[in-house]
Every structure is written in C-alpha cells, then in structure tokens.
Design a protein around this ligand. Structure first.
Ligand SMILES: Cc1cc2nc3c(=O)[nH]c(=O)nc-3n(C[C@H](O)[C@H](O)[C@H](O)COP(=O)(O)O)c2cc1C
Length: 187
C-alpha cells in the first residue's frame, strides 16, 4: 500500500523547539504508516501582503500551498506565544486563506506549551474557519511541555507518550475516514 504523505508544521520560532521534537517523535513512531515531511522554519515564508495573494504570489508561498494541497493530511504542532498562536504560523495561514488548500484536509492539532489553552482554542477556531477537518481525537493540548521532555528531545513523561501514541493512531484513522472528501464535495 502506498504510504500517506503527511506534512508536519512546527509553529515554534525556536531552533531548540520541543514542538519540533514532538514532530520528530511522530515521524519515528509512524514511519511504517506514513511519511511525515516536517516544515520547521516558517520564517522562510515572506510577510503576508494582500496585494500578492492571487497575482505575483511569491515562489515560496506557491510551493508551500502546493505542498499542502497535494498532501494526505497535516499535523500542526505549536507553542502559544503571548496567549495566541505564533506570528509565523498565523502568517502561513493568512497566505492560505484565499485558497482552498486546507478545505476538507484532515488535520491534527497539537498545542504544546507552558499553558497553551488560548492558542489551542484559537487554532481550532481558525482551522474550522478555513474548513480543515479535525476531530476531538485529533487535537491534543500538552501543558507544561518543557518539563515533559529531556534536553535531547526525548519524552520523559510516560503519560505524554501515551497521549501522543493515541493521537497518532486517531490521526492515522482520521486520514482514512476523510480521504477523498474534497473530491466528493466538489463533485
Ligand atoms: C515570545 C514568547 C511568548 C510566550 N508566551 C507564552 C504564552 O502566552 N503562553 C504559554 O503557554 N507559553 C508562552 N511561552 C512559552 C512557550 O510556551 C514555551 O517556551 C514553549 O516550550 C515553546 O515551545 P518550543 O519549545 O517548541 O519553542 C512564550 C514563549 C515565547 C518565546
């Protein structure tokens, strides 16, 4: 069976990111089910400009939109910054709002932060608005995240590992349940 092509988007602006460690952990855990291509530096996308949304779209944005469009699913893993989602993640979403690349796309949402409650709710609202498809089981809030991982990126908290394992299984099923929804809805 062909492996699914999943894109993991890290919302952190830090090189030493726990959210990136989580995506790497997922990529190791599910290597037999799907390929996880990780996007770990959203600062490579230029700052959003409405004038460039449809015409003269910057090359990096065009390539990014294509990646999302052609994927079988997306996992966003992000910290909370100042009670909101990080600006790099918001910028990426703003570039995609005028497109349908997220419509009916199966999505997993992980907010891993000190607290993260506000960003988690915000991210769910934004993704609902751009019609990405998630379920309760494909969302996960990991609070106090720095205390649950070692400096080398390994998970030190057993419960977090179990929650992530459950998330991965649910997300994998979700991509199968929702596969082809976009084609069906456009028919
Ligand atoms: C600019 C900035 C703002 C932050 N604001 C919040 C916040 O509002 N809520 C929160 O839970 N954590 C906040 N944090 C702490 C991050 O949640 C914490 O550093 C997290 O581990 C970062 O994830 P990362 O390791 O993937 O970069 C903030 C961190 C930074 C750098």
């Amino acid at each position: 069976m062909k492996k699914k092509n999943i894109i993991g988007i890290c919302g952190s602006a830090s090189r030493n990111s726990t959210n990136l460690s989580i995506l790497k952990w997922i990529s190791e855990t599910v290597k037999f089910d799907f390929n996880l291509e990780i996007i770990d530096d959203l600062s490579k996308l230029p700052h959003f400009k409405t004038e460039l949304t449809d015409k003269n779209v910057p090359e990096q944005v065009d390539a990014f939109r294509d990646k999302i469009e052609n994927s079988d699913g997306i996992i966003i893993c992000t910290p909370e910054y100042v009670f909101s989602i990080p600006s790099g993640l918001k910028n990426m979403i703003e570039w995609c709002v005028s497109t349908t690349v997220f419509s009916d796309k199966p999505i997993g949402l992980i907010t891993a932060s000190a607290s993260g409650e506000k960003a988690h709710e915000e991210l769910k609202l934004i993704m609902e608005t751009i019609q990405a498809k998630f379920s309760e089981e494909t969302t996960l809030l990991i609070q106090g995240v720095k205390g649950k991982f070692e400096k080398n990126g390994k998970i030190s908290d057993k419960n977090t590992e179990i929650e992530l394992q459950k998330f991965v299984v649910s997300f994998d099923k979700w991509t199968e349940q929702t596969a082809g929804n976009k084609d069906k809805n456009n028919a």
